[in-house]
Design a protein around this ligand. Structure first.
Ligand SMILES: Nc1nc2c(ncn2[C@@H]2O[C@H](COP(=O)(O)OP(=O)(O)OP(=O)(O)O)[C@@H](O)[C@H]2O)c(=O)[nH]1
Length: 380
């Protein structure tokens, strides 16, 4: 990797005390972190090696979560910074970083940056069995906590030859999602795709055009929002916008699902889009309440949902337009969601500012029912 050792550190020292007069207030530059997930053998290591050798001139920390069979108390984090490889030991309670590190993971990465200097970018490779929905909220740290890292997005690699089999293989049933023994099979492959902001369909050399189309259609049926890239040897054409600088959690740029999630090609997970009319400012609380019912309680307000029909939302995004000209956005992963003002000058999706949309990705999402429930709630 081409690293200029004289490159100024990106982490600007925070000013001490408040009496510097005209001194500009120095704030730490936040370092984006992308979570790279994907089934065993999909090509994650190939991707990370590809990034480390690409001539992009950025200092990128690649954190590989070495995960063996045993539940060791310590896991090795191998961090590649330029030519230098350093080993850091990260304490975890048990299991892998994704399910047990919680705040420790963020702290460990921050202390690593303190010791080793700032990176432009951090890529965190998860184990093949990781459920990114457990990991993302840990790195989606509240601004108020003053973290020096922020979650930029989730990239999922899939193996074009094996992904359809993985989605239908009962051996891959994901743990920690209670469906009361009902409902179609949900595998680790499902949750890795449903949470993804970018899906890289790798090993495209091992399938023909028709098989590739089938893979694409199935993935889009699950996650109608993710960007898809087709690769061999994990060679993405560029880094920015493909793997880095995704801003998947602090912007809502496009909510164009174009009906992709409606195909019912996947029995388990779908993407639904709910039209949101122009809202009065006072209706925001109702929208918030509706989202809480759906995301927190797994309920669809006004619908008597049977236990085995409970909704489970993995990813949510929304754009809300108000009569006073305000545009608000919603970002969510599992039950964690955030409503924020659209960045200045952004209409959010380049569309009309007089209407909005809520897009949900998850299990048991019945679009017409959700649409009716939403309208009834905001009009009540
Ligand atoms: N044919 C083909 N093989 C590939 C491609 N990309 C990677 N491979 C090979 O597939 C194997 C698995 O790739 P890895 O990058 O180790 O996959 P991984 O996702 O890191 O796998 P785990 O560490 O087991 O989770 C390696 O032997 C790679 O050389 C590709 O596009 N086509």
């Amino acid at each position: 990797m081409d690293v200029d050792d004289d490159m100024p550190p990106e982490l600007v020292e925070t000013g001490q005390g408040g009496d510097e007069g005209d001194e500009p207030v120095e704030k730490p530059v936040k370092v984006p972190i992308t979570i790279v997930t994907g089934y065993l053998g999909a090509g994650k290591t190939t991707l990370l090696n590809y990034i480390l050798t690409a001539q992009h001139g950025k200092k990128i920390a690649v954190i590989m979560n070495e995960f063996g069979d045993s539940l060791d108390i310590e896991k090795s984090l191998t961090v590649n910074k330029g030519d230098e490889q350093v080993e850091e030991w990260l304490e975890v309670g048990n299991g892998c970083i994704c399910c047990s590190v919680k705040d420790t993971g963020v702290n460990a990465i921050e202390s690593l940056m303190e010791k080793k200097g700032a990176f432009d970018y951090i890529l965190l490779e998860t184990t093949g069995l990781a459920d990114p929905g457990n990991l993302a909220p840990l790195f989606w740290v509240d601004d108020g906590l003053g973290s020096t890292i922020y979650l930029d997005g989730i990239v999922t690699l899939v193996d074009a030859k094996n992904i359809l089999r993985s989605l239908d293989d009962p051996a891959g049933k994901v743990e920690g999602h209670d469906d009361h023994g009902h409902g179609p099979l949900m595998t680790t492959a499902h949750v890795q795709i449903s949470h993804a902001d970018v899906v890289v369909i790798n090993k495209s050399d091992l399938v023909d055009a028709a098989q590739l189309d089938q893979v694409k259609a199935r993935i889009q049926a699950i996650n109608g929002l993710a960007k898809l890239h087709i690769t061999t040897q994990s060679a993405v054409p560029d880094l920015e916008g493909f793997l880095l600088d995704l801003h998947a959690y602090d912007q809502v740029d496009k909510l164009d699902t174009a009906g992709k999630g409606h195909s019912h090609l996947d029995p388990t997970i779908s993407t639904v889009a709910i039209d949101v009319p122009l809202l009065e400012p006072g209706q925001l609380a109702k929208v918030d309440g509706w989202l809480r019912a759906v995301l927190w309680e797994s309920e669809v307000p006004g619908v008597d949902t049977k236990e085995d029909e409970a909704v489970e939302v993995h990813r949510s995004k929304a754009r809300l337009a108000f009569t006073n000209g305000d545009i608000k956005m919603v970002q969510g992963v599992r039950e964690v969601f955030e409503v924020f003002d659209a960045p200045n000058g952004s209409a959010g999706e380049g569309g009309s500012s007089r209407s909005g949309k809520i897009v949900l990705i998850g299990r048991q999402l019945r679009e017409a029912e959700l649409q009716r429930s939403f309208l009834a709630t905001i009009q009540a």
